[in-house]
Ligand binder design. Sequence first.
Ligand SMILES: *[C@@H]1O[C@H](CO)[C@@H](O)[C@H](O)[C@H]1NC(C)=O
Ligand SMILES: *[C@@H]1O[C@H](CO)[C@@H](O)[C@H](O)[C@H]1NC(C)=O
Ligand SMILES: *[C@@H]1O[C@H](CO)[C@@H](O)[C@H](O)[C@H]1NC(C)=O
Ligand SMILES: *[C@@H]1O[C@H](CO)[C@@H](O)[C@H](O)[C@H]1NC(C)=O
Ligand SMILES: *[C@@H]1O[C@H](CO)[C@@H](O)[C@H](O)[C@H]1NC(C)=O
Ligand SMILES: *[C@@H]1O[C@H](CO)[C@@H](O)[C@H](O)[C@H]1NC(C)=O
Ligand SMILES: *[C@@H]1O[C@H](CO)[C@@H](O)[C@H](O)[C@H]1NC(C)=O
Length: 313
Amino acid sequence: MNKIYFFILQAVLLQLAGSTSLRFLKPNVEVLEVSDLSSLEVSLHCGEQYEGQQIHWERNGESISETGNRITVTIDGLRGGNFTCHRANGDLLNHTLLLVHPVKFPKGGVLTKSSDGEFVSCTARNYNGQFHCSWKWHQERNKRAVVYFTAIRNSSLINCTLDSDISGLTCIDKEYCPYSEEPRSINLTLFVRNLYRLEEHQRTFFIRDIAKPDKVNITKIEDDEFEWRPPKTWSFPCSFFPLSYEVKVVPNSHDCDHTGSRVEKMETNGTHYKVNIKRPYTFCVRAQDPLTNKVWSDWSHHQKRKHRHTSEQ
Ligand SMILES: *[C@@H]1O[C@H](CO)[C@@H](O)[C@H](O)[C@H]1NC(C)=O
Ligand SMILES: *[C@@H]1O[C@H](CO)[C@@H](O)[C@H](O)[C@H]1NC(C)=O
Ligand SMILES: *[C@@H]1O[C@H](CO)[C@@H](O)[C@H](O)[C@H]1NC(C)=O
Ligand SMILES: *[C@@H]1O[C@H](CO)[C@@H](O)[C@H](O)[C@H]1NC(C)=O
Ligand SMILES: *[C@@H]1O[C@H](CO)[C@@H](O)[C@H](O)[C@H]1NC(C)=O
Ligand SMILES: *[C@@H]1O[C@H](CO)[C@@H](O)[C@H](O)[C@H]1NC(C)=O
Ligand SMILES: *[C@@H]1O[C@H](CO)[C@@H](O)[C@H](O)[C@H]1NC(C)=O
């Protein structure tokens, strides 16, 4: 198991004035949990082995007046900082990134909710144990960074890697067995920051509740008959991982989410459909796991422009 996980468990909660506490998040990163934006005194330590040495400090690269191995600094509002301690000749000895976590503030200062109403959305394209979580950064925040993340199931750490655009995590649960029940949920924790403001997000879910098939592959179109296949990425064999489909025929020039009286709609376990409409239309099909009935795939569609004549995918 990962050392970092133990660090979190051992997280030192250093009680400060009032309801404020300083929390160890990971090496060299401390979090000040605040319930309001009044100014606070925080003590910082350069390191045991530097006791008795001449030490000066910088805050975000600028000298501050406090000196010595242990100093007390004032933090106003959300203004944390990167505090570095130096020898008299300027050599860097150590640093503490001090972040401020406004615990009583509504979330949304660093990330924004996506269309599903969540800050962090997770999906799995099959039952192989892999899943992906993503989030959207607040547009006006451009000093953004991911500070820390962890995904845990039944006290075991799941291997996750941060996507290169820092807007998602790709995880693989090696112990996940697609053929048996999933008795324990996955707990995902994400700490993000903009400048020195920290935000914490958590999701708890089962793979079976986030399984979202990729788009269905429409393989044959002849006159008004359609055939399709499960997405290649869905779990096989089909007998164990069935898919059911929703077919929709909408008037041309409307998208697949269109509803109205001229919409033909049905659910099926089959993989073909014949349209009996003479006017131009759009044929739409999407898939979901019929055993969970949770998440639909995105729509696959085909436009039939003119009867008897050219059609385009
Ligand atoms: C550096 O500072 C951190 C606190 O941010 C402290 O935990 C660590 O022990 C220090 N490192 C050394 C080498 O003293
Ligand atoms: C804080 O300062 C240290 C030492 O200069 C540097 O290594 C680290 O990247 C800085 N962290 C941030 C978030 O600026
Ligand atoms: C959870 O972990 C414990 C200890 O590692 C193990 O004995 C137990 O079988 C696990 N439970 C599940 C549901 O995997
Ligand atoms: C975690 O997953 C990544 C990407 O799949 C892989 O490169 C890495 O070796 C894995 N780490 C562990 C500890 O399994
Ligand atoms: C997982 O999250 C749930 C709800 O957030 C919480 O009750 C539970 O204690 C967490 N489990 C672990 C192992 O962290
Ligand atoms: C759809 O099926 C065809 C025929 O089997 C295949 O060549 C194509 O790669 C598939 N497309 C996708 C997106 O899976
Ligand atoms: C499709 O199959 C599922 C089980 O695999 C069943 O519950 C459902 O009733 C079927 N639906 C239709 C429309 O046949």
